[in-house]
Design a protein around this ligand. Structure first.
Ligand SMILES: Nc1nc2c(c(=O)[nH]1)N[C@H]1C(S)=C(S)[C@@H](COP(=O)(O)O)O[C@H]1N2
Ligand SMILES: [Mo]
Length: 328
């Protein structure tokens, strides 16, 4: 296990104490034959390739590359700087630069998540318990904002299904509601009535249980930056970004489809499902193409938006027979 760490996220530490050429040589060795032997013991897990360098701005959150097929191998990772400086987190202001500027006041410890409603094991779960609930995996996902930009992020977390199974939903649990923090003392954006706070989201039970649905605690091998929804958030990669609630404090299992903040605010523009769909336009703009963060400038390509954000093979079945124009 020792060199699993060396190959992965903690390598910056060894590079600090070892001359760079010696360190690089050692690392090449570890990636060669010796590394292969150790990895054989990991069974289904694919080796976490070492191309993800730790930005070094947050504490390390080591993970192994997920066996859940998720990344588009050809997608280049969006630079850390873009992921952490161009955000939607209205609790800290509506400008894309606001969360990076103002989220410093968010206190991520102590932190608990209440599990309530239709479950056999309701209760208040501490963040430290949640961090240890299941092994951390790196999942490279695309995230597509409804406004037209997208990014490719190496998230760190585990499937929400791991938590759901532990709390044992009852037979009445048909939907899951996600409630995020709303504290005026920490969140300057709450003084503006842009949304009905707290920011709430929801998923159908089968969507919440889908292995792609990620409970994320970090990105780029490190703890989640506050502006991206520390200490834990959801990432639902086949839905528009707003379904991925940040800074979760409550998960409620319910029988009826719950109202979401965006539905409540503008129902004719934001539906409950909000699956990425290039064929269903937003009433005020097309959803057929997208702009990848970090690629803007004179020669920025407009990329075609893919059905279910490119995850159709994995999630298409969930919506078989549904009219996706009606259930947008
Ligand atoms: N609590 C909360 N969660 C939220 C939002 C928000 O304003 N508040 N914005 C959503 C939207 S619109 C998007 S596109 C993503 C953006 O995530 P990112 O800033 O990590 O890119 O977070 C989503 N989660
Ligand atoms: Mo968004």
């Amino acid at each position: 296990m020792h060199h699993l760490k060396d190959r992965g996220y903690t390598h910056l530490v060894s590079s600090e104490i070892t001359p760079r050429h010696v360190y690089l040589q050692r690392r090449r060795l570890l990636q060669g034959a010796a590394g292969g032997v150790a990895l054989a013991g990991l069974g289904a897990l694919r080796p976490a390739q070492a191309q993800v360098a730790r930005p070094g701005q947050q504490a390390a959150l080591p993970a192994v590359r997920s066996a859940v097929a998720a990344a588009m191998a050809t997608d280049k990772l969006t630079p850390y700087k873009d992921i952490t400086t161009y955000n939607n987190f209205y609790e800290f202001g509506t400008d894309k630069a606001d969360p990076a500027k103002y989220a410093g006041s968010l206190r991520t410890r102590p932190w608990t998540v209440a599990i309530e409603g239709e479950v056999k094991k309701p209760g208040t779960y501490d963040i430290e318990t949640l961090l240890k609930l299941s092994p951390m995996e790196e999942r490279i996902y695309r995230l597509r904002c409804v406004e037209g930009w997208s990014m490719v992020v190496p998230w760190v977390g585990y499937s929400l299904a791991e938590l759901i199974r532990k709390v044992e939903p009852t037979g009445n649990a048909k939907f899951v509601q996600f409630i995020t923090l709303a504290d005026r003392a920490q969140m300057p954006g709450l003084s503006q009535a842009v949304l009905d706070w707290p920011y709430v989201e929801g998923l159908r039970m089968d969507e919440a249980l889908h292995p792609l649905t990620l409970l994320a605690f970090g990105l780029y091998g490190e703890v989640m930056p506050k502006q991206n929804g520390a200490p834990l958030r959801l990432v639902v990669p086949w839905k528009y970004g707003f379904k991925s609630g940040k800074s979760l404090v409550k998960i409620r299992f319910v029988e009826k489809q719950p109202k979401t903040s965006w539905e409540a605010a503008i129902p004719e523009e934001y539906g409950f499902y909000s699956n990425v769909n290039p064929k269903v336009d937003h009433p005020r703009w097309s959803q057929a193409t997208e702009r990848r963060l970090g690629e803007d400038g004179l020669f920025a390509k407009k990329r075609p938006t893919l059905m279910f954000n490119g995850y159709e093979a994995q999630v298409g079945q969930l919506y078989a027979g549904m009219d996706l124009k009606k259930f947008y």
